[in-house]
Unconditional design. Structure first.
Length: 400
């Protein structure tokens, strides 16, 4: 390959040139590397991992068949043998391993993580009671990078599910130099503000990229937050110490946002179902009430009709009894009147006059004896059909 000032090379030209350099360099062929295993995963039957020391890391791959029977996990110390080669599609160099040998010691990163976990565990940091997330938050704090895909995922998810929420961003770098100080400041600032919930988020990455969230000071900063905390660091397979002190540990930033806010579509659906159920129950209750009302009205009608019939029969019986009683009383009174009339007739002087007797009065006074009369007295003689005036002519008492 010839180099010239005016010539423009393609990406492939540069990459293939570097690839030839690697393949022709004896120092990069059949090399043995010692390091700590991180980001170990299997994909399409190929084993992918990185070897790391305190200053650098190198990507490694063992192709299908070469890693059969090998058990590998993060934190192991291994000795790997193979060739350092370029992977053109990504422009990356990596160690294509042929052989692996486990070393007895654990890696420094694993040992440091274990030490941090055990120290915090003895302090009871991981036993802190979990706070309950609000059902309908109004203000959410998000601790992440303003330029990250994680932030866009969170904003999109909140906008789709519950767009009424105010989102306050606490920008921080999530890896690299100065990231620890920035995230500690973001945690401090968020703790001063009035928030309903705090999301701490970062997209997926290599183990060393996520190592910030295993830092003891960062874990204690999350522990000190007075607000409910949701973590969404890495991908589903990733796990960091801040997840253990969070109130909810989500698998991804999107899942963290889903835990932070309700879904309006579900709420509307639940309201619609509740209203439909309520309406159905009202209709059912109305129908039951109407049926029962009809039954009660029919029973009342029958009862009133029966009462009226009973009252009519009772009234007729009472009237018959009253009529019989009145007739008896009238008959008794008639008999008494007849008897009294007969008695009155006996005492009636007119009746005596009708039998031929007369009443003699002198000066308006009834005469009872002839000795009360003298010749020349003017008398009034009353008969049953009239009265006459007479004069006493002579005294015949001596003759009688």
């Amino acid at each position: 390959m010839e180099w010239g000032e005016e010539r423009v090379y393609s990406v492939s030209d540069i990459t293939f040139y570097i690839e030839n350099l690697f393949e022709s360099d004896e120092n990069l062929t059949d090399v043995t590397v010692v390091g700590e295993v991180v980001d170990c995963k299997t994909r399409n039957d190929h084993l992918f991992f990185s070897l790391k020391d305190e200053q650098a890391s190198i990507g490694c791959v063992m192709f299908q068949g070469a890693h059969m029977g090998i058990h590998l996990e993060d934190g192991m110390m291994v000795q790997a043998n193979g060739d350092v080669r370029v992977y053109p599609p990504r422009g990356q160099y990596r160690l294509v391993c042929r052989r692996l040998r486990h070393l007895p010691d654990r890696g420094l990163m694993f040992l440091k993580l274990k030490e941090t976990y055990e120290r915090l565990s003895k302090m009871g940091i991981f036993d802190k009671p979990k706070k309950r997330l609000p059902k309908f938050p109004s203000t959410i704090g998000v601790i992440t990078s303003r330029d990250s895909a994680a932030l866009q995922d969170i904003l999109r998810t909140i906008s789709e599910r519950f767009p009424f929420v105010k989102v306050v961003l606490y920008h921080t770098s999530v890896q690299g130099k100065g990231a620890k100080e920035e995230i500690l400041k973001a945690l401090y600032d968020a703790n001063l503000d009035e928030l309903d919930v705090v999301i701490i988020a970062r997209g997926g990455g290599a183990t060393e990229d996520l190592w910030l969230f295993n830092d003891e000071e960062v874990v204690m900063g999350v522990y000190a937050l007075r607000h409910p905390v949701i973590t969404g660091v890495g991908h589903q397979i990733d796990s960091v110490l801040v997840d253990l002190v969070a109130d909810v540990a989500a698998h991804t930033p999107t899942a963290a946002a889903q835990n932070a806010v309700p879904d309006m579509r579900e709420i509307v659906g639940n309201v619609e179902r509740s209203l439909q159920t309520c309406f159905t129950n009202i209709i059912r209750l109305w129908n039951r009430t109407k049926e029962r009302s009809d039954e009660l009205l029919l029973e009342m009608k029958r009862g009133v009709t029966q009462l009226l019939d009973d009252f009519e029969k009772s009234s007729k019986q009472s009237l018959e009894k009253l009529k019989t009683l009145i007739d008896g009383k009238v008959d008794s009174l008639n008999r008494k009147l007849e008897l009294a009339g007969a008695r009155l007739n006996l005492l009636n002087p007119v009746a005596e006059l009708e039998r031929g007797y007369a009443i003699v009065e002198k000066d308006g006074v009834r005469v009872h004896s002839s000795r009360e009369l003298s010749p020349g007295d003017v008398l009034m003689v009353r008969f049953h059909d009239g009265s006459v005036k007479v004069v006493v002519d002579e005294d015949r008492r001596a003759d009688e």
